[in-house]
Design a protein around this ligand. Structure first.
Ligand code: HEC
Length: 137
């Protein structure tokens, strides 16, 4: 029994070694080509276009530090209130009425257990949402 077990372990080790060798084969690694180059330095590098440039915001792109929420009064409050449970993406894709934002707020509190902040903060956040993610303006 002991002997059999040892053989089994040997076979596993051989398999692992085989896999290791396969991984070590000189596959062309795209990261190797990019390694050592300053990110975004090459205008022909497709990654350049994807790089975030928080200091050169064109407006509309939002604040990268706030999950891409547009700058504005209440952006920070909204970020901290809402990302406790989900990303800002779910917010950014909304274009709904003021009434719907009120409903969503209530739904988040009553059904999802969102902790409600003080009245002032609630007002600030709802005003922010209704300003930037509205179907009415
Ligand atoms: C306590 C957790 C929690 C917090 C905090 C929270 N949400 Fe949500 N929210 C959820 C859950 C859970 C869903 C459903 C997610 C899903 O469908 O995967 C959701 C969904 C949503 C949706 C999509 C609703 C729809 O019609 O599908 C929106 C918009 C939204 N949240 C906005 C917010 C905003 C704005 C805040 C901050 C004011 C917030 N949420 C804070 C839990 C939360």
């Amino acid at each position: 029994m002991k002997h059999l077990f040892a053989m089994g372990a040997g076979a596993v080790a051989a398999l692992a070694l085989g896999a290791g060798l396969a991984l070590a084969a000189p596959e062309p690694d795209p990261m190797t080509a990019l390694a050592g180059r300053p990110a975004g330095a090459d205008p022909l590098d497709p990654m350049t276009a994807l790089m975030a440039r928080p200091d050169e915001g064109t407006g509309g792109e939002g604040n990268a530090e706030l999950g891409g929420l547009p700058e504005g009064p209440g952006a920070e409050d909204t970020f901290y209130q809402c990302v406790a449970c989900h990303s800002t993406e779910i917010i950014k894709q909304q274009r709904v009425t003021d009434h719907r934002w009120d409903e969503l707020w209530t739904w988040m509190v009553e059904r999802q257990g969102m902790a409600e902040p003080d009245e002032e903060t609630k007002k600030v956040i709802l005003t922010y949402l209704k300003t930037y993610f509205s179907s009415e303006r």
